[in-house]
Ligand binder design. Structure first.
Ligand code: HEM
Ligand SMILES: *[C@@H]1O[C@H](CO)[C@@H](O)[C@H](O)[C@H]1NC(C)=O
Length: 342
């Protein structure tokens, strides 16, 4: 009996929500925070208010990534840097203004995150088709998934319905996004702060199967890893000499090296194979294989052996990361321009 009551009320809600969406395109209220917490985000959120949303995102991505394959990596990272700072609320997209101190100047972001023009182009197209309906936070999530798929990685059912913040936090961006020279403990702590565990850490680090990093993010490993003027002992020798030629002891800070040099534009599991061989680029990549705790080391081995397992877990962990503290219901807003509050 209880079951039927619940089912019936769900049907009523689904019916009402469908009608609301048709009557007021854009007025698509999520059910978070009103007692139906588990309805915060759901894949069909734009089914009635903007059914073509994902097609529009994909058509812009296809062009942008064909022009520059690295763009897929940059957009995937943008969603990560959004979600780790006051939740997936597009705070990372806000420019400086009288009320906002932009996150774009934080240590992890400065001279580093990119892809804003592509997000702008997607937003302009979405505003033409479905005015003030699709949030910038959802655009980031859609772009991250689309970039993964277009690079050869997994696809997944993406929960939607995030709304956009009216604030940003420079200090949270500095404190919550892990630095590249993090210890394993440090990585686990920063992921745990977001409700993510060691499985999520290893799977999501697999995002480094595409894209590049600047010399300044791995220089410490080449010249002074532990304050003793010695390179990181876990670095494969041949790889080490190659990296030194890209990243000299002084200068060259903005020279770049692929995170997965074997297939830098292909979303696959070679990132994990490289780690087995001492060829992870960042300290934060290689420490996953240090063995204390053993769990992350085991996971690196398993993902290196089984790409399907990695793809599955990456998809699951992306959904989990995408669920970090979204604004839903009447909270936040749907920005008209992702760079500023309405
Ligand atoms: C585990 C902790 C992580 C650390 C310490 C870290 C650190 C970094 C650093 C230092 C760079 C290079 C930035 C630059 O030189 O400008 C980078 C690039 C990148 N990161 Fe991470 N990252 C982490 C997790 C993630 C996650 C969870 C994702 C996505 C799922 C991700 C996706 C990327 C991508 C795709 C790039 C390449 C971007 C491009 O080429 O534009 N990273 N990361
Ligand atoms: C990481 O790099 C920062 C900035 O260069 C430095 O202050 C810090 O001590 C480094 N941390 C570790 C664990 O080496």
């Amino acid at each position: 009996m209880e079951f039927f009551k619940v089912t019936l009320s769900l049907l009523v809600i689904a019916f009402l929500s469908a009608n609301l969406s048709v009557a007021h395109p854009g007025f698509n209220v999520g059910w978070g925070g009103n007692g139906f917490g588990s309805f915060g985000l759901f894949p069909e959120f734009y089914q009635f208010s903007c059914p073509q949303a994902n097609d529009i995102v994909m058509s812009v991505l296809e062009k942008a990534i064909a022009k520059e394959p690295r763009m897929a990596a940059s957009l995937l990272r943008l969603h990560f840097h959004d979600c780790f700072v006051q939740g997936c609320d597009a705070s990372v997209l806000l420019d400086d203004s009288s009320t906002v101190v932009s996150e774009k100047k934080s240590l992890p972001n400065r001279n580093s995150i990119r892809g804003f023009e592509v997000i702008d182009e997607i937003k302009v197209k979405l505003e033409e088709s479905c005015p003030q309906t699709v949030s910038c936070a959802d655009i980031l999530a859609l772009a991250a998934r689309g970039s993964t798929v277009l690079s050869g990685g997994p696809n997944w059912q993406l929960p939607l319905g995030r709304r956009d913040s009216e604030t940003a936090s420079l200090s949270t961006s500095n404190n919550n996004i892990p630095p590249p020279n993090s210890t394993l403990q440090n990585l686990l702590t920063l992921f745990k702060r977001q409700g993510l565990n060691e499985v999520d850490l290893v799977a999501l680090s697999g995002g480094h199967t595409i894209g590049v990093a600047r010399c300044t993010t791995f220089k410490q490993r080449l010249y002074n890893q532990n304050g003793n003027n010695q390179p990181d002992a876990t670095l494969d020798k041949t790889y080490y000499y190659g990296l030194k030629s890209v990243c000299p002891r002084s200068g060259g800070d903005n020279n770049i090296s692929p995170l997965d040099f074997a297939s830098p534009a292909r979303f696959d599991n070679t990132y994990f194979k490289l780690i087995l061989w001492g060829k992870g680029l960042l300290t934060s990549d290689q420490v996953l294989f240090t063995g204390s705790p053993r769990t992350t080391m085991e996971l690196v081995k398993r993902y290196a052996e089984d790409e399907g397992l990695f793809f599955n877990q990456f998809a699951n962990s992306m959904i989990k990361m995408g669920n970090i503290s979204p604004l839903t219901g009447f909270k936040g807003e749907v920005r008209k321009n992702c760079r500023r509050v309405n």
